[in-house]
Design a protein around this ligand. Structure first.
Ligand code: GCV
Length: 710
C-alpha cells in the first residue's frame, strides 16, 4: 500500500470517528426528554404490541402539544411508527377529557371525580370494545401531565399491562423563582445568562421558551416568577409587561402561569426616589406607604393594567425590608399591611401575593437565625387569604445544612410557602456535583412537632396540618442560557427533582434519581446503580468538606464559593466569625438556653433536644452549641478529631466519585462523560482547599494536630 493511500485511509478513518462521535454527542440540551429507544428487547416487543396508535379527542392548544409530544416520541421509544388516528383500534393510546362522550362511556367517572383539576388517570380499558390505554382528566392540563407520565413509564421501562394510575399534585402552586435581572445577569446564576431575551421580546421568540415550558410541564411545574426578587421596578412598565405577556402566551398551554417580582417602591416617581435615596420607582407619587389611598389606588391601577396584558397573571412575589429592598417598614407599617395592600389589588382577579419572610434586621435580635420568626409570628392571622408567606427552608440562608426554619408550624393561620434553592449558591455553584434530593427530603420529613409527632414540614406545606386554603412551594432556579440549561449536567437532576417532589413529596430521593438517570443518562442497571450511589452521598459529602457538624456561613463573602473562615470585615452578620465563633475553648454558636436561646423558637420536645448538647443531633451541634475542642462525640472522638474526620470523609468521597465515574466511562456519552469528569476534578481541588483552609484556620484555636491520614 503506498503511503498516500495509507494516509488517506487513516484520514477517512479519523473523519469517520469524528463524525460518529459528533453524531452521537449529547450536549445535554434535551434534558430528561431524550426518548431514546427502549433498551430491553423483551419489553420493547411488549410495548410494540400494546401500543398501536394515538388518538387525541380534544382540540385545544394543550391537546395539540400532547399530540405533538406523543407522535414525535412514541415512535422514537418504540422504534416503529405510532400513527395519529381518528378511529379507535386495539392498542390505541386515547387521550380525552372526562366530559367526552367516549370517556363517559368508559366508566372512569368515579375515579376521576376524586381528582383535582390537575390530576389524571392512566388506565388500561376497553373503549368501543377495543383494548386501549386511556389518559383522561377533568382539564386539558391534566391530560398533558398524564401524557408525560405515560411517556415516563416507557422511558423508565415500566410494565404497562394493567395500568390503573391516578395521580394529582399534593401542592397547588409549584413555582420556579428566577433571580433574573433585566440586564440579562442572573443573580446567583451559574449557567450563563438569563433565558429571557428582553431586547428581542416581544417580537422575536426564542425556541427555548417552548422547550423550557415543555420541560417544566413534564415535571408538573405550574408557575414561574420571571424576574429577580431584588426587583427592578421597570418590569412593571408597559414596555416590559408586553414582553412578559408574550412569555405568558407561550407558557399558558403548558399550564404555566407567569408571576412578577414587584418592587415596593414602584409607585414613587423617579425624581422623588432620588430625593429619598431610594432606587428609582416608575410612578408619580411621593410615597409608597401602604396605608396611603393614592398608593393603594396606584397598585389597583397597575394590577388592572397587568391583567389586560396577562389575563391569567399569577400575582406578585415581594422581597421587602430585606437586604436594602424597600418595604412597608420604611413607613412604620408591618409586613402584613404591605402585603394586604397588594393582595387587595390582586384579589378581584384571583391573583396572589408571595411575601418573603427572608428578613434579618439586626435591631430585631442579635442572633440572625431568630429574626424572621420574631417578625412574622406575631403577624399570623393578619394576612388576607390570598397571601402566602414564603420562607426559606432554614432560618439563615440556604446553607449546606441548617435545621428547619422555625416559622414552619408556628403560623397556623397563614399559608406558608416553602422556598428551596436549586441554584447551588452555597453548594459549589455549578462546579460541584451535589444531588439535592436527599437534602430536600430531610427538610420535608423534618418533624416540627407543631401539633405533636408527625407534624412534618411536608404536612405543613401541603396544607394537611393546618388546613391551609392555599398550598405552595417555590424553587430558586438553576437555569440559564447555557446549552445544557444548568451548567453542570448533574444539576439537571435538581431541576427534575424539584418538579417531582413539588408534585409528590412522598417520592424517595432514590426513586427520583433512578428515573432521572434512566431518562437522561443510561438504562444499564449496573451503571445506574453506580451513578445513583455517586448522587446519593454527594450532598452529605459537600457538607462534610464545607461545613460539617452544624458549621455554617463560612464561605467567601459575596461570592459564596470557597472558604473564608477568617473573614472579619463587612456587616457583622455576613462575617464568618459571627457564625463559627471559634476561640481557644471551642467552636460553634451557642443558641441554647444559655446563649441566644434560638432553641426556644422550636416546639417541644425539639426545643429540649436541641438545647442539650448531649441530645442535640450532631449534624446541628455547632449550630446550637459552642462545644469545647475536647467535647466527646458519640463516636468517642473529640470535637477536634471528629471535625477533622468529617472534612476528610468529604474529600475522600469526592475521590470515590471520580473513581466511580471513571468506571462507567464506556457506558456514558463521551461528551457528557468528559464534561462531568472535568467538573469532578475541579470539585476535588476545591474540596481540598475547603478542608485544608478550614482545618488550618481552626487549628489556630484548637492547637491540636491535623493528622492527614484518615
Ligand atoms: C436575591 C442571599 C443571596 C442573595 C439573594 C438573597 C435573597 O442573601 O446571597 O443573592 O438575593 O439571599 O434570597 O433575597
Amino acid at each position: 500500500m503506498n503511503t498516500l493511500f495509507k494516509s488517506s485511509l487513516s484520514l477517512a478513518f479519523l473523519l469517520t470517528i469524528i463524525f460518529f462521535n459528533t453524531a452521537s454527542a449529547d450536549d445535554g440540551y434535551d434534558l430528561w426528554l431524550k426518548y431514546n429507544k427502549v433498551g430491553n428487547q423483551a419489553l420493547l416487543e411488549k410495548y410494540s404490541q400494546a401500543i398501536s396508535s394515538i388518538i387525541v379527542l380534544d382540540k385545544s392548544k394543550t391537546c395539540r402539544i400532547i399530540q405533538k409530544e406523543l407522535s414525535a416520541n412514541l415512535p422514537k421509544l418504540l422504534a416503529k411508527p405510532v400513527p395519529l388516528k381518528r378511529m379507535i383500534i386495539a392498542g390505541a393510546v386515547v387521550i380525552g377529557k372526562s366530559n367526552h362522550p367516549l370517556i363517559k362511556k368508559s366508566r372512569c367517572a368515579k375515579q376521576l371525580g376524586a381528582l383535582n383539576n390537575e390530576g389524571y388517570l392512566i388506565k388500561s380499558t376497553k373503549i368501543n370494545g377495543k383494548q386501549c390505554i386511556l389518559i383522561t382528566a377533568k382539564k386539558d392540563i391534566g391530560l398533558l401531565y398524564g401524557s408525560f407520565h405515560f411517556l415516563r413509564l416507557i422511558q423508565t421501562q415500566q410494565e404497562i399491562d394493567n395500568l390503573n394510575i391516578a395521580s394529582q399534585p399534593k401542592i397547588q402552586y409549584r413555582i420556579l423563582n428566577h433571580w433574573d435581572n433585566l440586564d440579562g445577569i442572573v443573580e446567583r446564576g451559574y449557567a450563563g445568562k438569563s433565558l429571557w431575551k428582553w431586547n428581542d421580546l416581544p417580537d422575536k421568540i426564542d425556541k427555548r421558551y417552548f422547550d423550557y415550558a415543555r420541560a417544566n410541564a413534564s415535571i408538573g411545574v405550574n408557575g414561574t416568577v420571571i424576574n429577580n426578587v431584588n426587583a427592578n421596578p421597570n418590569i412593571l412598565r408597559p414596555e416590559y409587561l408586553k414582553k412578559a405577556a408574550k412569555l405568558a402566551d407561550i407558557f399558558r398551554p403548558y399550564g404555566i402561569r407567569v408571576f412578577l417580582s414587584a418592587n415596593f417602591s414602584a409607585p414613587i416617581s423617579a425624581e422623588f426616589a432620588i430625593e429619598q435615596n431610594r432606587k428609582g420607582g416608575i410612578g408619580d407619587l411621593k410615597t409608597s406607604n401602604p396605608t396611603d389611598p393614592s398608593v393603594q389606588q396606584w397598585w389597583k391601577n397597575k394590577v388592572k393594567e397587568i391583567y389586560k396584558y396577562i389575563p391569567d397573571f399569577g400575582g406578585f412575589l415581594v422581597k421587602a425590608n430585606s437586604e436594602g429592598m424597600p418595604g412597608p417598614q420604611d413607613y412604620n407599617k408591618t409586613h402584613a399591611e404591605g402585603a394586604n395592600m397588594l393582595a387587595e389589588a390582586l384579589q378581584p382577579y384571583k391573583g396572589i401575593v408571595m411575601w418573603r419572610a427572608f428578613v434579618y434586621d439586626a435591631d430585631v435580635d442579635p442572633d440572625r437565625s431568630k429574626r424572621s420568626y420574631k417578625e412574622f409570628v406575631p403577624l399570623d392571622s393578619q394576612f388576607l387569604p390570598n397571601i402566602f408567606v414564603q420562607a426559606k427552608n432554614g432560618p439563615i440562608d440556604f446553607q449546606p445544612r441548617e435545621p428547619i426554619q422555625p416559622l414552619f408550624g408556628a403560623m397556623p393561620k397563614t399559608p406558608l410557602m416553602l422556598e428551596i434553592q436549586l441554584t447551588q449558591e452555597y453548594l459549589g455553584h455549578s462546579k460541584h456535583l451535589v444531588y439535592l434530593a436527599p437534602m430536600w427530603k430531610e427538610y420535608l420529613e423534618f418533624d416540627t412537632y407543631a401539633k405533636g409527632p408527625g407534624s412534618t414540614l411536608a404536612s405543613i406545606i401541603d396544607g394537611t396540618l393546618h388546613q391551609y386554603k392555599m398550598t405552595g412551594i417555590a424553587g430558586v432556579t438553576n437555569i440559564g442560557n447555557d446549552r445544557n440549561w444548568c451548567g453542570h449536567f448533574f444539576a439537571q437532576a435538581n431541576w427534575y427533582t424539584y418538579g417531582r417532589l413539588a408534585w409528590d413529596h412522598s417520592l424517595t430521593a432514590e426513586q427520583i434519581a433512578d428515573e432521572w438517570i434512566t431518562m437522561s443518562l443510561t438504562k444499564n442497571q449496573d451503571v445506574l446503580k453506580i451513578v445513583r450511589s455517586i448522587m446519593m452521598g454527594s450532598w452529605e459529602a459537600c457538607i462534610n468538606y464545607m461545613t460539617p457538624l452544624g458549621l455554617h456561613h463560612i464561605m467567601q463573602e459575596g461570592f459564596h464559593y470557597g472558604p473564608e473562615p477568617s473573614l472579619g470585615k463587612g456587616r457583622e452578620d455576613w462575617r464568618s466569625t459571627y457564625y463559627h465563633r471559634a476561640d481557644s475553648v471551642g467552636l460553634g454558636y451557642n443558641r441554647s438556653s444559655t446563649g441566644s436561646d434560638a432553641v426556644s423558637q422550636y416546639f417541644s420536645p425539639l426545643r429540649e433536644t436541641f438545647d442539650n448538647i448531649e441530645t442535640c443531633p450532631e449534624k446541628y451541634l455547632l449550630w446550637f452549641h459552642h462545644a469545647a475542642w475536647d467535647h466527646k462525640l458519640r463516636s468517642g472522638k473529640t470535637l477536634w478529631e471528629e471535625l477533622r474526620a468529617k472534612y476528610y470523609s468529604g474529600t475522600n468521597y469526592v475521590n470515590e466519585m471520580i473513581e466511580k465515574w471513571s468506571s462507567v466511562k464506556t457506558y456514558i456519552d463521551p461528551d457528557i462523560f468528559m464534561h462531568v469528569q472535568a467538573r469532578l476534578d475541579t470539585q476535588k481541588t476545591d474540596a481540598g482547599i475547603w478542608r485544608d483552609t478550614c482545618l488550618q484556620y481552626f487549628q489556630g484555636f484548637s492547637k491540636k494536630p491535623i493528622i492527614t491520614a484518615e
